[in-house]
Design a protein around this ligand. Structure first.
Ligand code: BGC
Length: 527
C-alpha cells in the first residue's frame, strides 16, 4: 500500500490534536478533597519576615532582611518588612481567618532575631517565645496542626557581621542552638518541623545572583561589591545541610521520642523540559534537576552530592567526612517540596549558550520559560513562574523515584497575577485564575498520589498577600487580599473556593492527621 504525503500529514495532525486534547483534559480534570488520603494535611503557608512586621518590638534585634530592605534600590518601590501585614499584632484575627478556611494545618516560620536576638551570645527573648507559643496554642485550640519552619531566610544581622553567617561553618552551631531553642520551647506541641526553607534557592538568590542579602555575586551573574558566584553558593549550601543534619541529630537524640514529632527540610523545586527535541537537551533537563534539587537532597539521602556535580565541579565542591555523611543520611523523616514553575532546559556543553548558562555552577544548562517566543505556560506575576500543572505531577514523580518514595509534603504552591497599573481591590479579589491554578495543580498532585507517591500534605502559598521579598507588596500570592493602607484582610474568591473544597469532605479533622496515626516509614529513632 502506498502512503501519500497528505496521508502522513493528516496522521501527524490527528496525533497532535489527540495528544493536545489528552493534555488539556488531564489538566482540566475536576478535583475533590476525597481524592486525597485520609489524614492528608491541607493548609496555607506564610513566613515570619513576610508577614510579622514589629521590626524592633519586644526585644527583637535587626535581621539581615531588616538591614537589606533599608539599602536604597534593593527592593521594588522601597518596600520593607517593617510593618509587613502586622501579623505580630493581629495574629489572633489571622488565626480566625485561617480557621475560617477550614484547613487542618498552618505553616509558618520563626523569626530567629525575635527568639534569639544575639544568637548564641545572648539570652532567649521570653517575649519572642511567648509570641510563637500563643500562635501554637491558639492553632491547636481550633484543631489546626502547627507546621513549623525553623528558618525561612531571616537571621540576626549580628551573625552576618560577626562571621559572615552562612559563609562560615560557625553558622552551623548557631543554627543548632536556635533549632534546639525551638524544640525545647515549642516541641511539646509541634509535631512537624522543617529546619530550613529552600537552602538551594537561598544559596542561589543570595550568593549567585546577589539579589537577596548579603547580595554576593560576581560576573557574569551580577555586579556585586563582593562574592564569587561560581563557588560561594556551594559553601553556603554545604553549611546549611550540615546545620540541618546536626539540628536533626539533636532532635532525634533529645526530643523526638519524648515529643513524638517528625523532622524534614524544604527544597525549592522546578520541573524542566528539553528546549529542543534532542538528546542533548533531554540530558540538560536531567542535569538541571541534579544541580538544583539533588544538590541539596542527595547528600541527605545518599550522603554525597550527585555524581553529575562531582563530575563537573573541581575541588570547590566540598566533601563530607564519614561522620557527617552518617548524620546527613539519618536526618530526614520527610521531604518538603515548594513547587511553582516549569522551565525549558538547553544544553550548554555542546551548544552555544549565553554566558551564565555556560558555567559549572549552573550545570552547563541554560533555563528559559520560552521556546521561539512562546511561553511554556501562561505567565504569572513572577518572571520565571509559568502555569504548567503537569510539572507538579512530574516533580513528585522525580522525588519519588530518586528518593525511594520518602514521605513528601507540598509545602508551597501558589499563584500571583501579572501586575496591572492602578488595579483595585475589587479586581484583585476576583481571582478566578488563582482558583483555576490550584484546581489544576491539585489534580496533578492527585494523579501523582494515585500513581503511588507518598504525599501527605499540601500548603497554599500564601494565606494572605505579603512582602514578596525583592518584589515588595505588589506581587500578591494571598488567598486574602491585604489593603496596604488599612492592612484589612478581605477573602478573595479563592479563599471561598478553598473553604468549599475543604468542607465538601469527611476527612478534614486534625485527629485524622494526628501524627500518632501518621506512620513515617523509616523514621530514625536513635535512642
Ligand atoms: C518562598 C516564599 C516566596 C515564594 C514565592 C518561595 O520560594 O519560600 O517565601 O514568597 O517562593 O516567591
Amino acid at each position: 500500500m502506498k502512503v501519500t504525503v497528505t496521508q502522513i500529514f493528516l496522521l501527524l495532525l490527528l496525533s497532535l490534536v489527540h495528544s493536545f486534547a489528552e493534555q488539556r483534559s488531564s489538566e482540566e480534570e475536576e478535583v475533590e478533597r476525597s481524592q486525597f488520603p485520609s489524614g492528608f494535611l491541607f493548609g496555607a503557608a506564610t513566613s515570619s519576615y513576610q508577614i510579622e512586621g514589629a521590626v524592633l518590638e519586644d526585644g527583637k534585634s535587626p535581621n539581615n532582611w531588616d538591614v537589606f530592605c533599608h539599602i536604597p534600590g534593593g527592593i521594588k518601590n522601597g518596600d520593607t518588612g517593617d510593618i509587613a501585614d502586622d501579623h505580630y499584632h493581629q495574629f489572633l484575627e489571622d488565626i480566625e481567618i485561617i480557621h475560617s478556611l477550614g484547613v487542618n494545618a498552618y505553616r509558618f516560620s520563626i523569626s530567629w532575631s525575635r527568639v534569639l536576638p544575639r544568637g548564641r551570645l545572648g539570652e532567649v527573648n521570653p517575649k519572642g517565645v511567648m509570641f510563637y507559643s500563643k500562635i501554637i496554642d491558639n492553632l491547636l485550640l481550633k484543631g489546626i496542626e502547627p507546621y513549623v519552619t525553623i528558618y525561612h531566610h531571616d537571621h540576626p544581622q549580628e551573625l552576618e557581621e560577626r562571621f559572615g553567617a552562612w559563609l562560615s561553618p560557625l553558622m552551623q552551631e548557631e543554627f543548632v542552638h536556635f533549632a534546639e531553642t525551638c524544640f525545647e520551647n515549642f516541641g511539646d506541641r509541634v509535631k512537624y518541623w522543617t529546619t530550613i526553607n529552600e537552602p538551594n534557592l537561598l544559596a542561589e538568590m543570595a550568593y549567585l545572583w546577589g539579589r537577596y542579602p548579603p547580595a554576593h555575586c560576581s560576573a557574569p551573574f551580577g555586579n556585586c561589591s563582593s562574592g564569587n558566584s561560581d563557588t560561594e553558593p556551594l559553601f553556603v549550601l554545604h553549611n546549611m545541610l550540615l546545620s540541618h543534619a546536626k539540628a536533626a541529630n539533636i532532635y532525634r537524640h533529645k526530643y523526638q521520642l519524648k515529643q513524638g514529632g517528625f523532622i524534614g527540610i524544604i527544597a525549592n523545586t522546578l520541573m524542566c523540559e528539553p528546549l529542543r527535541d534532542i538528546e542533548l537537551d533531554r540530558e540538560a533537563a536531567k542535569r538541571a534537576l541534579a544541580f538544583y534539587i539533588a544538590w541539596m537532597l542527595d547528600p541527605l539521602v545518599f550522603g554525597d552530592y550527585p555524581p553529575e556535580m562531582r563530575q563537573y565541579h573541581g575541588n570547590e565542591l566540598p566533601r563530607f567526612t564519614s561522620e557527617e555523611t552518617k548524620l546527613l543520611t539519618q536526618s530526614l523523616d520527610f521531604i518538603g517540596i515548594n513547587h511553582y514553575t516549569t522551565l525549558y532546559a538547553k544544553d550548554c556543553i555542546h551548544s552555544t549558550c549565553s554566558s551564565d548558562g555556560d558555567r559549572a555552577i549552573q550545570g552547563f544548562v541554560y533555563l528559559t520559560g520560552e521556546r521561539h517566543g512562546v511561553p511554556i505556560g501562561e505567565r504569572t506575576g513572577m518572571r520565571r513562574f509559568f502555569i504548567v500543572p503537569r510539572g507538579m505531577e512530574k516533580i513528585i514523580e522525580y522525588v519519588k523515584e530518586r528518593y525511594n518514595n520518602m514521605p513528601m509534603f507540598v509545602t508551597e504552591n501558589g499563584y500571583s497575577p501579572p501586575e496591572k497599573e492602578d488595579e483595585q481591590e475589587e479586581d484583585l479579589v476576583q481571582d478566578a485564575k488563582r482558583i483555576e491554578f490550584h484546581k489544576a495543580y491539585l489534580a496533578a498532585l492527585a494523579r501523582a498520589i494515585r500513581n503511588g507517591a507518598d504525599v501527605r500534605g499540601y500548603f497554599i502559598w500564601s494565606l494572605m498577600d505579603n512582602f514578596e521579598w525583592v518584589y515588595g507588596y505588589n506581587t500578591r500570592f494571598g488567598l486574602y487580599y491585604v489593603d496596604r493602607q488599612t492592612l484589612r484582610r478581605t477573602p478573595k474568591l479563592s479563599a471561598r473556593w478553598y473553604a468549599n473544597f475543604l468542607t465538601n469532605s469527611g476527612h478534614n479533622h486534625v485527629e485524622d492527621a494526628n501524627p500518632g496515626s501518621f506512620k513515617i516509614k523509616d523514621a530514625y529513632f536513635l535512642d
